[in-house]
Write a protein that binds this ligand. Structure first.
Ligand SMILES: Nc1ncnc2c1ncn2[C@@H]1O[C@H](COP(=O)(O)OP(=O)(O)OP(=O)(O)O)[C@@H](O)[C@H]1O
Length: 531
């Protein structure tokens, strides 16, 4: 972990002002602490020598209050800054992931960990560590300058011992980086494994494999626990080491001052001032050491959250001939999955025309992949693609745990009348009639509470309402009973009369209703699409 990584300040401008403000307050606070040490020394001398202690007393009180106010402001600004910056990072990353293709985006569990734990871990880095770092660069200089004026031999001891702290901290930092990176991997794995198990729990229980997962999660959890304990151990030990070093250094100043005072070389006031100012030179660096461990997770998270932030999102260009028959054009389009040798889609040249296009071919020949390439969810590895806006209904379409209405208007701003018209066209109006609160009925995760046929009608209604120029459907009649499949077929044909629809299907009846046919040969034998 580098002590300071400017990429965050560059990528998230919202960071700059609060960090500058916190550093300013930190510097002021350090200056006030030095002034307070001088005032306390004067107060003690006044008491010891029997002078009036009102003036130094009032100074101590005033400076004490000012320090309190500055500390309170630090906490307030830090809390606001932390929330604002982690929010900005989270939003930026999520916006980016939404525009990235499936191959560029991190996996779901990594995205989940980064957007929740990761973004939150940036708060201590920005709100505590960065300001502490700036303070550590300024306050020791103030303290040494004050000591040079007050008592230069004491200043010399500080000048010699002070560099040991950052050197020591840097050595610990190198070790911490590795431990933190390991812990971050374990955290992501635990989150991913846990969310997979929760998602698959009904299936696991149905096959009697639920108990087996307890052992699995326990194992992953144990690895996470021991990685966490390792980083905590480093944090505690290194804090103790830095504290010890600083304490010994201050003690050296105190012993030297004491000896010189015993010989009568130094006055009580000078000696006291030197002893009280000395810790102010060390504490900012000690604080950096402490905050460093709390911030280490944040640095790991920043790298992941900002990864690819300077890359431009990819979009297939829109076809020039927007008003004519050609709605989308594919010329020699191929796609190879990352890490694979042979292409899943190979040299497809075709044109999406008005009406219904059936995309057929044997299982595994690349139909779904081609649909995702046309939708812009995957970037073709070769060939040229011109596509206007599309609406893809995948084999597992996204249904949010929200109301039916919110699900229907996801990605469009359809009016009540338009929703009613679309529902009538797809037959979803009959489904809604049977629901307790009509379109305001809340749905569970992935449409829990709806049958497969009802779900198919819902997502088709949403496709109907979409503003996209082309609708892409992936096996919309699969797993439906004959009556539902017949209704969905009619709705698709009606939709295709409004805008071009490309449908991947094994349903011969649906394919027979299509105006255009695309057929992909089996992977081993195929050359290209025959349109
Ligand atoms: N994420 C992936 N990573 C690697 N290979 C993949 C991935 N998804 C699919 N494939 C492979 O790409 C090929 C095409 O898959 P695709 O799902 O597009 O076929 P399909 O024609 O739609 O099949 P089906 O009719 O069974 O749905 C298959 O050989 C499949 O194994």
């Amino acid at each position: 972990m580098r002590p300071f990584d400017p990429q965050l300040l560059r990528a998230v401008p919202a960071t700059r002002l609060p960090v500058a403000l916190l550093a300013l307050i930190g510097g002021l606070s350090g200056a006030v602490a030095i002034a307070q040490a001088i005032a306390v020394a004067h107060l003690v001398v006044a008491v010891v020598e029997g002078h009036s202690f009102w003036t130094p007393g009032l100074w101590v009180l005033g400076l004490f209050t000012l320090r309190g106010v500055l500390n309170a402001s630090t906490e307030t600004v830090a809390a606001h800054a932390g929330a604002r910056i982690s929010g900005a990072l989270r939003e930026g990353a999520m916006r980016r992931w939404m525009t990235q293709t499936a191959d560029e985006r991190p996996g779901p569990s990594a995205m989940l960990t980064m957007a929740t734990k990761g973004a939150a871990a940036v708060e201590p880095y920005v709100a505590r560590y960065l300001p502490a770092l700036v303070t550590a660069g300024v306050v020791p200089v103030f303290a040494i300058a004050a000591m040079l004026v007050v008592d230069w031999p004491s200043a010399l001891i500080v000048i010699v011992t002070l560099p040991l702290l950052p050197v020591f901290a840097a050595l610990i930092g190198r070790y911490t980086q590795r431990a933190t990176a390991e812990r971050w991997v374990e955290t992501t794995m635990l989150a991913g494994h846990f969310s997979d198990v929760v998602a698959g729990l009904p299936t696991l229980v149905a096959y009697g494999r639920g108990e087996h997962q307890v052992e699995q999660i326990h194992r992953v959890g144990e690895r996470h626990r021991s990685a966490t304990m390792r980083t905590l151990r480093i944090a505690f030990l290194s804090s103790a080491a830095l504290d010890l070093l600083a304490t010994i250094s201050v003690a050296m100043v105190a012993v030297a001052v004491g000896l010189r005072m015993a010989h009568g070389d130094v006055s009580l006031l000078t000696g006291l001032m030197a002893i009280l100012i000395a810790p102010e030179a060390y504490w900012p660096i000690r604080r950096v050491g402490q905050e460093f461990h709390a911030a280490a997770d944040g640095v790991e998270a920043i790298d992941s959250l900002l990864a690819g932030s300077d890359a431009r999102p990819w979009h297939a260009p829109a076809p020039e001939q927007a008003g004519g028959l050609a709605r989308a054009m594919l010329s020699g389009v191929s796609y190879i999955y990352p890490g694979q040798q042979s292409p899943a889609v190979s040299g497809v040249t075709s044109v999406v025309r008005d009406g219904l296009t059936a995309l057929t071919g044997p299982s595994g020949c690349g139909k779904s992949t081609l649909l995702e390439v046309i939708a812009g969810a995957r970037r073709p590895t070769a060939g040229r693609l011109e596509v206007p806006s599309t609406h893809l209904v995948s084999q597992r379409p996204f249904i949010a745990p929200m109301s039916v209405r919110a699900n229907l208007t996801l990605g469009n701003d359809a009016s009540v009348d338009e929703i009613r018209e679309a529902m009538a066209a797809t037959g979803f109006d009959d489904v809604v009639l049977g629901m307790p609160d009509g379109v305001n009925t809340s749905l569970g995760d992935e449409g829990f509470g709806l049958s497969a046929g009802q779900r198919a009608r819902l997502v088709l209604t949403r496709a109907w309402l979409s503003d996209a120029a082309i609708v892409l459907l992936d096996e919309p009649t699969a797993h439906l009973d004959p009556a539902s499949a017949a209704d969905i077929r009619e709705a698709i044909v009606a939709l295709a009369a409004r805008k071009p629809v490309v449908v991947v299907t094994h349903d011969e009846e649906l394919a027979a209703r299509a105006d255009n046919q695309w057929r992909i040969a089996a992977r081993s034998t195929r050359d290209e699409v025959t349109a």
